[in-house]
Design a protein around this ligand. Sequence first.
Ligand SMILES: Nc1ncnc2c1ncn2[C@@H]1O[C@H](COP(=O)(O)OP(=O)(O)OP(=O)(O)O)[C@@H](O)[C@H]1O
Length: 278
Amino acid sequence: MSPLIEARDLTASFGGRKVVDGVSLTLGEGEMIVVVGPNGAGKTTLTKLLTGELAPDSGEVLIGGERLSAVPPWQLAARRAVMAQANRLAFPFTVAEVVRIGIDGVGRALTRTGREAIIAEALAAADIGHLVARGYQMLSGGEQQRVQFARTYAQLRAGRVAAERQVLFLDEPVASLDLAHQIALMDCAQRLAREGIGVIAVLHDLNLAATFADRILVMSAGRCHAFGRPADVVTRATVRDVFGVDLCRDAAAGGLPVVLPQHRDAAPRYAPATAAAS
Ligand SMILES: Nc1ncnc2c1ncn2[C@@H]1O[C@H](COP(=O)(O)OP(=O)(O)OP(=O)(O)O)[C@@H](O)[C@H]1O
């Protein structure tokens, strides 16, 4: 069976500057790939190429073996759901209305009861049932982020009617969340993966990445610096080379590559890596 997503040698530029440079990957059913890398490394741009929001300068993306650019938008909405990094809304929607946006397009074939069941499931998945009547614009940053997760979750569930093979894209989904909600969201994404959904998530937290990812893609200056199982990728050498941070492994974490700064009282070791390809 074809991979859920296959990206071949993707390149993208802004103003003549390559920000994604020759990245290839495949995503299988039930797999979670986490993309990490410094600010400006090209993670969001790569995500936009994989979701079809941005066309590559060269290379191609296949979804379920089909060229992404050839899949009609309504089909794409059923086959992949995207939680973008920035989600400002210009209109004073309530939380319930924002979550419903997720199923407006893809949920037409559902009964009213079916739609309501999906909304209830999405509200529970994001732990926002108590916020449902509130105005979205009045929520805290973390609450808004959970509403956006619920919207994306609802789209995925509604799209299931038309598409058996689905992909969930999450661009920094936990950036504003407290610790409990970070773990809850990632747990939820992992449960979706166990159902066979492919997940691609951009994260900054290497501990979360190592805990939840099947494979981690480390981007640096637009390129793939490393791609593989967490234990093989989250190494001291990779973190030093890519982030300019010296780390240790916490033996108490049972061998997980927990990332902790060493020698907190020593001279600062942070030396930001070059942000983007020259
Ligand atoms: N629309 C755009 N126009 C011009 N340059 C852009 C545009 N979008 C992104 N870039 C540039 O492309 C590079 C990669 O940006 P991208 O958002 O993909 O990085 P990122 O790895 O997701 O960063 P972060 O961790 O800060 O979210 C950056 O140097 C950014 O300034």
